[in-house]
Design a protein around this ligand. Structure first.
Ligand code: 5GP
Length: 130
């Protein structure tokens, strides 16, 4: 059974896409901790981040770095936080989170409600900076 992220990558479930190449896919988190919260995933379905082959793990981070630079250039924030965290989806992923305060990285805080129009705008904005 494919993960929800594999279905997103395959286009079976819609997403606010940020970037894609042959091995990786970046898209807005549907329940963001802050506006622009992005997930970066390998297309290869591997559950645990540290089980990725070393080269794939490195390349995933270099891909995430490009996305983070684009995010930082267009989203008002102090910096982009990166975290590998979570038990919900068994498909390795990096969270990139625009932060203004340390609390913005807290997974216990309430997620933001952002309209689909605003999510579309955010995705376009980040894409335009890539
Ligand atoms: P985790 O495994 O890190 O606990 O949770 C997975 C993350 O993926 C969560 O932040 C959640 O909001 C996000 N997520 C779960 N389902 C979807 C989805 O269908 N679309 C998008 N864009 N994000 C999702």
């Amino acid at each position: 059974m494919p993960t929800i992220f594999s279905k997103i990558i395959a286009g079976e479930i819609p997403s606010y896409k940020i970037a894609e190449n042959d091995r990786f896919y970046a898209f807005l988190d549907i329940n963001p901790l802050s506006p622009g919260h992005t997930l970066v995933v390998p297309k290869q379905e591997i559950d645990k981040y540290f089980d990725l082959e070393p080269e794939l793990l490195s390349e995933l981070n270099l891909f995430a770095q490009k996305v983070a630079h684009a995010m930082r250039s267009v989203i008002p924030c102090q910096r982009i936080g990166q975290i590998v965290f979570g038990l919900e989806v068994p498909h390795a992923h990096i969270h990139l989170i625009p932060i203004r305060t340390e609390a913005d990285m807290s997974f216990t805080k309430a997620r933001e409600q952002i309209s689909s129009e605003k999510m579309k705008e955010l995705a376009e904005l980040i894409r335009s900076a890539l």
